[in-house]
Design a protein around this ligand. Structure first.
Ligand SMILES: [Zn+2]
Length: 529
């Protein structure tokens, strides 16, 4: 066989494996007839970190037909016919679950940056923008992806579907249409509702509207994942209270996406913010949060502009009629956010330059450059506005899980480094928690939050979503200069029992499927796969 044939046959085998891993009982026999079954394999002598937080132990793990069938000591009889994989000195953990990721699932279907960190399930459709459900359900159900996907229904997307656009004067009929759209998306398999309250559609929304949208979630134990209305130090408390109120009034679980306090300093400030969440829990509310372990955020340039210069208002009119006011706002806002050197453009024609560098190059004040050359919607940027000590304090909180907020097209390293970075910090004793706790925050905590009952832990009967890594070598390598450098030290990642990533080897397997949430609060695999 030529190299090309070998690789295409490898990928065929992998696809067949994926097909079987995703097969429902009805289609299983047909798929088996069409090709050989998914490989059985036994990983031997690994350090097992099972995701529950309990101490690591040495052991073996046997996989057949996409599920873990034995764990601990596996004898030769049980492992008959299974490929043996020697894993002395390596850590075997449940595949990681990222509750907040970004990217086009068809353009970047492999999502290699995630697989290279051992991430086996990613959530898409966050911050209010999502695929359209149920309209796109069939397309996702038929898709083959590197990791498994779960999808949120995005509030901004639903607003478009329901004909509300960016209006803030919604009436009873609008709310009824929105509510029906949420119901339809959940019935099609959405795992929850995402809000982006700092973005245009979210900014236009009232408490009444948000509660209406969240209500259908309560009956399904689904949750609202929220990019808060503001993450700024001065406004975070009221923004959190808004989310907590949505939860109380609707009965739905609430979740803070990418927890941070922009420009807030020190451990104490983070502790104060966490105390607001703890207080809500003490009142019986169910509240969760995720975090990426970096001190720069990344989003559209829009958030530097005043509300009256953003949609639905005309930017041209704002610039023309209120120019002096606009320039003053931009100057003050950027200076308050650590100045123009702390804004690093990540898209558009000046990608890779800071606002300070660009202003110097164009020989104009930075606020003028922003107003004239970088209007809302024109670019995204990384903003170095978070304090390391505050971030580390959030990271240590036992209720905070790790999510990247990253993806293949972002000029921020978090999509290629968040999970590996947390492993490295824990292994070096710098995280303030153990490797076992790191794996809990990376796997079982997010899996439980998403109600992924068959994933996130190593146990007999669970789906074989697995990561095998070298504790000496595992680390993130992506940087702001090279945001798409793969992490190192992950030796192999399996998705649904299929080898989906092997360090140093090209692998074309797309073993992941869209995991739909069903009415029964259980996750089912796509019908007919
Ligand atoms: Zn966000």
């Amino acid at each position: 066989m030529s190299e090309r044939e070998r690789s295409s046959s490898r990928s065929r085998v992998a696809r067949v494996g994926a097909l079987l891993a995703c097969a429902s009982l009805a289609s299983f026999a047909a798929a088996q007839e069409a090709a050989s079954p998914a490989r059985a394999f036994c990983i031997r002598g690994a350090t097992l970190v099972d995701g529950s937080g309990s101490p690591a132990r040495r052991g073996d793990l046997l996989v057949r037909e996409g599920r873990i069938v034995a764990l601990g000591e596996v004898d030769d009889v049980a492992a008959r016919g299974a490929e043996s994989i020697e894993a002395e000195g390596l850590v075997l953990a449940p595949g990681f679950v990222d509750v907040h990721a970004h990217g086009d699932a068809f353009e970047h279907a492999r999502f290699e940056g995630f697989l290279a960190q051992g991430v086996t399930t990613i959530a898409l459709g966050l911050d209010g923008g999502s695929p359209r459900l149920p309209e796109e359900a069939e397309r996702y159900a038929a898709g083959e992806f590197g990791p498994n996907l779960v999808l949120f229904a995005g509030h901004a997307t639903l607003r478009t579907t329901a004909g509300c656009g960016l209006r803030s004067d919604l009436g009873a009929e609008d709310l009824a249409r929105l509510s029906a759209a949420v119901e339809a998306a959940l019935a099609a398999g959405a795992v929850g509702l995402s809000l982006g309250l700092e973005y245009d559609a979210g900014r236009a929304s009232s408490m009444d509207e948000l509660v209406t949208c969240a209500k259908p979630l309560a009956a399904r134990d689904a949750f609202v994942a929220c990019h808060l209305r503001s993450e700024d130090d001065a406004a975070i408390a009221s923004a959190l209270q808004e989310l907590l109120s949505i939860g109380r009034a609707s009965g739905a679980r609430v979740h803070v996406s990418h927890l941070k306090v922009v420009l807030g300093r020190g451990e104490e400030r983070a502790t104060e913010v966490l105390a607001l969440l703890d207080a809500a829990r003490a009142q019986g509310q169910r509240v969760s949060a995720d975090l990426y372990p970096y001190t720069a955020s990344y989003t559209g340039i829009d958030l530097l502009f005043p509300a009256w210069a953003r949609p639905p208002h005309s930017y041209g009119a704002a610039l023309h009629e209120r120019r002096a006011e606009l320039l003053a706002h931009l100057k003050e806002r950027v200076n308050a956010r650590n100045g123009p050197a702390a804004t690093l453009l990540g898209s558009g024609k000046w990608k890779g330059k800071t606002l300070e560098e660009l202003a110097r190059e164009l020989e104009r004040p930075f606020e003028e450059v922003l107003a004239e050359d970088l209007p809302p919607g024109s670019a995204s940027a990384a903003y170095f506005v978070m304090d390391e000590r505050a971030m580390r304090r959030f990271l240590r909180d036992p209720e905070v899980m790790i999510a990247s907020d990253g993806g293949p097209s972002l000029a921020h390293p978090r999509g290629y480094g968040s999970q590996a970075r947390v492993l490295r910090l824990a292994l070096d004793g710098e995280a303030g928690f153990t490797l076992e706790e790191a794996v809990r925050k990376l796997a079982s905590l997010p899996a439980a939050t998403l109600r992924l009952r068959e994933r996130g832990v190593l146990r007999v009967g669970a789906r074989a979503d697995l990561v095998l890594f070298d504790p000496q070598r595992v680390r993130d390598r992506a940087s702001f200069e090279e945001p798409r450098r793969l992490a190192e030290g992950v030796r192999a990642t399996w998705v649904n029992g299929v080898l989906a990533y092997e360090e140093g080897h090209a692998n074309d397997a797309r073993a992941g499927c869209w995991l739909r949430a069903t009415d029964a609060l259980e996750f089912s695999l796509p019908a007919g796969r």
